[in-house]
Design a protein around this ligand. Structure first.
Ligand code: C2E
Ligand code: CA
Ligand code: CA
Length: 686
């Protein structure tokens, strides 16, 4: 919008121009008529004056010409010249000879060209001189020429005055009218324009147009009132329009019954979530949840109860899955969908599925009825099952349908192998949680041999799980599960108790061995771990030097300072610390220097191919040398052959354990082994 406009375009100025033009033109016409009439009168006056003068002097002139009295004639002529306008005066004989003649030049005047054009330069009169009126004897002629300028001057003065006053009147009138117009119209209009410019087109009724002061009741005030009424109406209509738009949007985005996202908006969100997962290289699960046998709830209890049930399920889903990692939506009917972002693995999706099932299966109280419901879930994973949003959802929906055919109140994964694996692990987890109480654990001990003295100096305590159905479950399989669900803390404590108990028993039997216990990273992260270990030792009356804790490098990676502090406390109490599986992790010197470590355990993978694989031999050598330079005892683990044992002892590795000496043994077998082993060495020496 143009903010200022040309001055000559303003109404006031245009009015001024028009008034001036009209006043001037009409003034000029009127005054021209006046002036012309005046000129006419002047012209007639000139003639009348001349005739009167002639009439006055005619008798004297006749007398002079009759009596040929030159003096008299001259007197008459001179008398005439008293008048300014007379230019020439002559008394002539009949033959035309002058008896008396006088002439003076015409008056000089710059206005002559104009006045001569109007009045002529002079007026000439010639009268016959006759003695008495009844005789017609002509004695001579009387000639008078009048200069028109004196009269014309007077006329011109009047005409100028007339024109000037007309123009002045027009200008004054124009100015006055312009001012009045400006005050009454232009200025308030400009104010209105200014006020109109402040109106916000998006919210026209927020700021209405101000009424110009003093114009409340006139046409301007009326105009402003009418316009304001219009603005309010427009604002109102806009508001209604916006509200309607919002409502339409809400209806489209959210499910009316449950308030959850609708299918379309869910798909949009899923697309965005998948893009995010792709960027961050994280997993995501889509869980489709179908209520089991919802149709019979509707049939038996009515639609109202059915609706209330769906609302309750929606509320429960929202409440049990809060946090930005979850999206919950209603797909329609009795089906809901849940997305979980930032998944570690499929097991986490299984945990979520279990939580959902547990939440839904609580009884619902609707209008004095106690309704029990269950749901069946189908789970599809990104990126393993599908990468497109619609395919992923479709997979989860199909899986849910399939799962429903097999039963109710359970979940199923899209890929059968994953489903089986997860099912197994879930079962394992369940069994593991009862293993302690059902007394399914026991410890076995693997002897640790001093390669120089050939004596058994200690034992590593290793956990065994005797599963009633599966038999012996390998710790490499169940320990990660226990670490994952935290039960390792309790199990680890049990291992420690058992190991201490055993150490005490052996000490009492004059078998003072150092027991090495594996300490999981999860255990080391517990705040109470130091107190727990020290108090266990105390309770079993074991000197701290009898206990060794095996930790892996990864267990102090997450919170180095915390791990260092805890291990220092334990070490100061007399417990020795060994780094387990050394060489497989970071094997960083920085960590090693910070850690209060006494033993390095070369991982069995390097010992296995010792003397076969050059690289593994190199690593074993390096660890042995590193131990020497840092003054740490190196333990070789997994020694299976005499060659390995020979090489290691030659290379300067002080301790070893492995099948070459013994498999991990039950305590009684262990005692037998020690006796036999020492016996054999003795025999060899003698
Ligand atoms: P690890 O601490 O490295 O334990 C050494 C493993 O090597 C043991 O397997 C042992 O039986 C095996 N082994 C010993 N000598 C030989 C050999 O000559 N050849 C071969 N091939 N293997 C040998 P195991 O008992 O199955 O334990 C596996 C892992 O389970 C252990 O590895 C340890 O990380 C974990 N684990 C076992 N018991 C416990 C426990 O009480 N607590 C914790 N936190 N972890 C445990
Ligand atoms: Ca170990
Ligand atoms: Ca190891």
């Amino acid at each position: 919008m143009q903010t200022s406009f040309e001055v000559e375009n303003r109404l006031g100025y245009r009015i001024l121009r028009w008034i001036l033009a009209v006043a001037l033109i009409s003034g000029v016409i009127v005054s021209a008529i006046q002036v012309v009439l005046d000129a006419n009168r002047v012209s007639v006056d000139l003639d009348n004056q001349a005739r009167q003068t002639i009439a006055i002097v005619k008798d004297a002139a006749t007398q002079a010409v009759f009596s040929i009295d030159a003096d008299l004639a001259e007197q008459v002529v001179d008398g005439l010249f008293a008048r300014e306008a007379v230019h020439l005066a002559q008394i002539l004989h009949t033959n035309g000879d002058p008896l008396s003649s006088r002439e003076r030049p015409l008056t000089e005047s710059i206005s002559r060209p104009l006045t001569d054009w109007i009045f002529g330069a002079e007026r000439q009169f010639r009268t016959e001189l006759i003695r008495n009126s009844n005789s017609d004897t002509v004695y001579g002629y009387f000639v008078v020429h009048y200069d028109t300028v004196p009269a014309a001057h007077m006329w011109l003065g009047r005409a100028t005055a007339t024109f000037t006053s007309v123009i002045a009147t027009a200008v004054i009138l124009g100015m006055v009218l312009f001012f009045i117009f400006h005050m009454l119209l232009t200025r308030p209009l400009l104010r209105i324009v200014h006020s109109v410019k402040q109106v916000d087109p998006a919210h026209p009724d927020d700021r209405l147009i101000d009424k110009p002061a003093g114009h409340e009741k006139d046409e301007l005030g009326l105009w402003v009132s009418a316009t304001n009424t219009l603005l309010v109406a427009i604002g109102d209509s806009q508001k209604r329009h916006r509200e309607a738009e919002d409502k339409v949007n809400r209806l489209a985005r959210f499910d009316q019954l449950t308030g959850l996202l609708s299918r379309d908006s869910f798909m949009e969100l899923l697309k965005a979530d998948l893009e995010e997962s792709k960027r961050n290289h994280t997993r995501l699960s889509v869980i489709v949840c179908g209520i089991d046998d919802f149709k019979s709830i509707n049939d038996q209890c009515g639609f109202r109860t059915g609706d209330r049930t769906l609302q309750t399920v929606a509320d429960r889903l929202i409440n049990s899955l809060n946090g930005s990692r979850y999206t919950v939506a209603r797909l329609g009917g009795d089906q809901f969908v849940i997305v979980e972002k930032g998944l570690k693995d499929g097991f986490q999706a299984a945990d979520t599925a279990e939580a959902i099932l547990a939440g839904i299966s609580e009884n619902i109280g609707v209008e004095d009825q106690n309704i029990s419901i269950t749901a069946t879930l189908g789970i599809a994973l990104y990126p393993s099952d599908a990468i497109q949003p619609d395919r992923l959802l479709q997979s989860a929906e199909q899986t849910m349908m399939l799962a429903k055919q097999k039963g109710r109140d359970h979940f199923q994964f899209y890929v059968a192998s994953i489903d089986q694996e997860i099912r197994d692990r879930k079962q394992l987890e369940k069994d593991l949680s009862q293993a302690l109480a059902l007394d399914q654990f026991h410890l076995v001990y693997q002897p640790q041999i001093n390669l120089v003295t050939k004596r058994v100096i200690g034992a590593e305590a290793l956990l065994r799980w005797e599963h009633p159905v599966r038999g012996l479950v390998p710790p490499d399989y169940f320990i990660p599960v226990a670490e994952n669900n935290g039960s390792i803390v309790e199990i680890g404590q049990w291992v420690l108790e058992q190991a201490c108990l055993q150490a005490k028993l052996w000490a009492d039997k004059d078998l003072p061995l150092r027991i090495a216990v594996n300490l999981s990273a999860v255990q080391l992260r517990q705040d109470r771990i130091v107190d727990d270990i020290l108090s266990t030792l105390k309770r079993h009356d074991i000197p701290a030097g009898r206990l060794e804790l095996e930790v892996t490098e990864t267990s102090f990676m997450t919170n180095l300072a915390d791990a260092v502090a805890k291990l220092h406390t334990l070490n100061r109490a007399g417990i020795s610390i060994a780094v387990d599986d050394f060489g497989t992790g970071y094997s960083s010197l920085t960590y090693l220097k910070k850690m209060p470590v006494q033993h390095l355990k070369i991982d069995k993978q390097f010992i296995r191919d010792l003397l076969i694989n050059e690289e593994d031999t190199q690593i074993a050598n390096t660890i042995i040398d590193l131990g020497k330079s840092l003054n740490l005892t190196v333990v070789a683990e997994g020694v299976e052959t005499a060659e390995q044992e020979y090489y290691l002892s030659q290379r300067g590795c002080k301790l070893a354990q492995g099948y070459f000496f013994s498999r991990p043994l039950r305590p009684a077998d262990f005692e037998t082994f020690v006796q036999g082993f020492h016996q054999k060495i003795l025999e060899n020496n003698t």
